[in-house]
Design a protein around this ligand. Structure first.
Ligand SMILES: NC(=O)c1ccc[n+]([C@@H]2O[C@H](COP(=O)([O-])OP(=O)(O)OC[C@H]3O[C@@H](n4cnc5c(N)ncnc54)[C@H](OP(=O)(O)O)[C@@H]3O)[C@@H](O)[C@H]2O)c1
Length: 337
């Protein structure tokens, strides 16, 4: 079944990665794009071979030639436009972080179920084979009842302009929401709902202003059975290659390039005390294309497939676990939950 995509906004991630991935995937067609600036939108459509462009997001949602909407707006606009897209009868692929609160996640999931539509958060790293391999390691070495520790780092020096959404609290910016969300998403997928959390932050310092984002966040979540996420993320230091370690009583699995694998070959390294490291190689693949292909495989089954149910569960669990962390921000960002 073909999925005719509508793209809401000429975002860098859309033009640079996701639309080219759509064009490369069998059964995916970038059919229309909407943007606020008519000339820029027309240019983007022309360059990417998208046949129709709209100058209002609402017009794109009314376009009968669209089956699904890809939503790469700044984070504070995700919930509003995802809800409108679902209410227009379109399945939705919404960029990370999909929502700002758990209540927003619940509302989107309920709407998708009511209308039998597919709703997926675009955490693309999960759609490469290396991630399936880490899940298999979890199933084998950390089944329910077993302790495990997930360690994640993700960061780079933010050099975006002053009006970039990453630099604005009200737009959903800051390192925790932009980058830490990957670690929380991975832990939510591997361990489920957390019971407690902790968070420490270095903030921009312009207290009380919209620019007072977190530049560094370090924190963690505690899950049932003594499972733990420990992560740090930052906009301040040199780029780090997003390593992810899953430590279990049976050994440690290490994924390099975990959250931003690009299209390069990758590997899972298994470390066991007293044994040489084992490596499991994975061929290069485009995570964005894998995500678009998987979305297309399941879209026709609406909200009732196992895939749709797992995606809805992950979206709401990630939102709840994120709230455990962000609740510290209003309390000075440290101390037990
Ligand atoms: N999965 C990934 O690998 C990945 C990577 C990067 C970013 N992301 C996520 O993708 C989303 C977009 O990030 P980006 O850096 O690509 O964004 P961006 O380049 O800043 O683009 C955002 C787009 O949203 C539209 N927009 C509507 N209202 C806006 C407003 N008030 N302020 C600014 N833009 C507005 C604009 O499109 P028009 O003017 O054309 O309407 C703009 O081009 C974010 O949620 C981000 O976290 C994901």
């Amino acid at each position: 079944m073909t999925t005719r995509w509508g793209i809401l906004g000429c975002a860098r991630i859309a033009l640079g990665h996701v639309v080219p991935a759509m064009a490369a995937v069998d059964g995916a067609v970038p059919a229309a794009i909407a943007g606020r600036d008519p000339e820029r939108t027309a240019r983007a459509a022309d360059r990417l071979g998208i046949p129709r462009h709209h100058t209002s997001y609402a017009d794109l949602l009314d376009d009968p030639g669209i089956d699904a909407v890809y939503l790469p707006l700044p984070p504070h606009l995700h919930h509003r436009w995802a809800l409108r897209a679902l209410r227009s009868g379109k399945s939705v692929l919404v960029e990370k972080p999909a929502v700002g609160t758990a209540a927003e996640a619940d509302e989107l999931v309920a709407e998708a179920r009511r209308r039998d539509l597919l709703l997926v958060e675009a955490t693309m790293y999960r759609f490469r084979e290396q991630w399936a391999s880490l899940r298999a390691w979890r199933d084998q070495h950390a089944p329910p009842g077993t302790p495990a520790l997930l360690r994640a780092h993700i960061g780079y020096t933010l050099d975006a302009p002053a009006d970039d959404h990453r630099r604005s609290r009200s737009s959903g910016g800051g390192a925790l929401r932009d980058l830490g969300t990957y670690a929380v998403n991975a832990a939510s997928a591997l361990f489920g709902a957390a019971e407690r959390g902790w968070l420490a932050q270095v903030r921009d310092g312009r207290a009380g202003t919209d620019a007072d984002i977190d530049l560094v966040s370090a924190g963690g979540l505690v899950f049932p059975d003594g499972r733990v996420l420990a992560f740090d993320c930052d906009f301040r230091h040199a780029w780090v290659d997003t390593p992810l370690e899953l430590r279990t009583p049976g050994g440690t699995a290490v994924l390099d390039h975990a959250f931003n694998p690009g299209t390069h070959p990758t590997e899972l390294r298994v470390l066991r005390q007293g044994a040489p490291p084992e490596t499991r190689p994975f061929a290069g693949a485009d995570a964005y294309a894998a995500m678009v292909a998987e979305f297309g495989r399941w879209r026709g089954k609406g909200a009732s497939s196992d895939f749709a149910a797992a995606e809805a569960h992950l979206l709401t669990t990630t939102a709840r676990n994120t709230e455990l962390l962000t609740s510290f921000e209003s309390r000075g960002a440290s101390g037990p939950a």
